[in-house]
Design a protein around this ligand. Structure first.
Ligand SMILES: [Zn+2]
Length: 335
């Protein structure tokens, strides 16, 4: 198995973290942001925990892609947690970290969870979610003129203590559900059922690369979503030692200096530029960076952007805009 697209910390998580960093402690939206961040972290951990099981498939002719977001033929984007590409099938795998006892109702298609502390909490049905993703992926493959490989759906509950229950009427649906420890046997079972080759190994790599190339990450306007005014965002470069946005440029040549704790830093602006990307805008002018980083001059801001070789987006020299990236390349180390 080759990992074509690795799982990285979701952009959403980085945006929420940046928001907490750059809002005053007492801001009214902080509890809400923290609540969502906690959920995101648990989900991310659940997804990462499945890596152990994937490692057993390392010698197989398979390709693995994480977090793939594509433009569907209906004009809407669709996002898939994990895609496993094999010569006989493509599996869309949705990893859930629901704990407790999960019940799939065959009549209402509802999913409820009960735990020792609570009874019957209604949860989104991951199988319905996967149906939409399957239809979208099928359309995408047809549009890109790929062979019609069987597309399978699999929900994996990452917490080994999760108990899944249903009724005999629902047996066909539960074939698409697995717990983490049963995941490998599930894959083996599918390999036996779908042993016919639809895509040759050489083409499979091309398909995996095509999927990775067409991935378009979602970047939402997080300030708008949480109804936060732009001027609530704290500007400046944070000190790596006292964590205050107090760093000044130019006191020591080529470095940032903290007047509060006398610490100096060479690359403290990188995090600030990333925060700008995550919260404010994907592209910037040197004037905007001068204002956000509180550099002494606009030329200083320009000099800080230069080593990243950002793509210019047009505009005359003084108002030229550049495309920021996240994460910014850290080719330079040391502080
Ligand atoms: Zn400091």
């Amino acid at each position: 198995m080759t990992i074509v697209k690795r799982r990285t910390e979701p952009l959403r998580m980085a945006q929420l973290e940046a928001l907490i960093r750059r809002l005053p402690y007492a801001h009214e939206q902080i509890p809400q942001i923290q609540e969502e961040l906690a959920k995101q972290r648990v989900g991310y951990q659940g997804e990462k925990s499945l890596h152990y099981y994937f490692s057993f498939l390392s010698t197989e002719q398979m390709y693995l892609l994480h977090d793939v977001r594509l433009l569907g033929t209906n004009g809407y984007h669709f996002q898939m947690d994990t895609l496993l590409l094999t010569p006989g099938f493509i599996a869309i795998i949705e990893i859930k970290n629901y704990t407790g006892t999960i019940y799939f109702d065959p009549d209402t298609h509802q999913v409820t969870r009960s735990t020792s502390h609570s009874n019957d909490e209604l949860l989104p049905n991951p199988l319905l979610q996967l149906n939409i993703q399957k239809a979208q992926l099928k359309g995408w493959l047809a549009q890109q003129e790929w062979p019609l490989v069987p597309i399978l759906q699999l929900v994996v509950f990452s917490d080994p203590s999760t108990k899944i229950i249903s009724t005999p009427k629902n047996a066909h649906l539960l074939k698409k559900v697995s717990t983490a420890p049963a995941f490998l046997s599930k894959i083996r079972e599918l390999q036996t059922l779908y042993s016919k080759t639809y895509v040759l190994n050489s083409e499979l790599k091309q398909l995996a690369d095509a999927l990775a190339e067409h991935h378009t990450p979602l970047q939402s306007n997080i300030l708008k979503e949480f109804n936060i005014k732009r001027n609530s965002i704290i500007s400046g470069v944070f000190c790596p030692s006292c964590h205050k946005p107090t760093l000044v440029r130019g006191v020591i040549i080529g470095k940032w200096f903290c007047p509060e704790c006398q610490v100096s830093s060479k690359h403290a602006h990188i995090n600030a530029l990333e925060d700008y990307f995550l919260l404010l805008n994907k592209n910037v002018s040197s004037l905007e960076i001068h204002q956000f980083l509180h550099t002494a001059t606009r030329q200083q801001a320009y000099d800080l952007l230069k080593p990243f070789s950002l793509s210019p987006l047009g505009g005359a020299f003084r108002s030229r805009r550049y495309e920021l990236r996240y994460p910014l390349p850290l080719g330079i180390t040391g502080d």
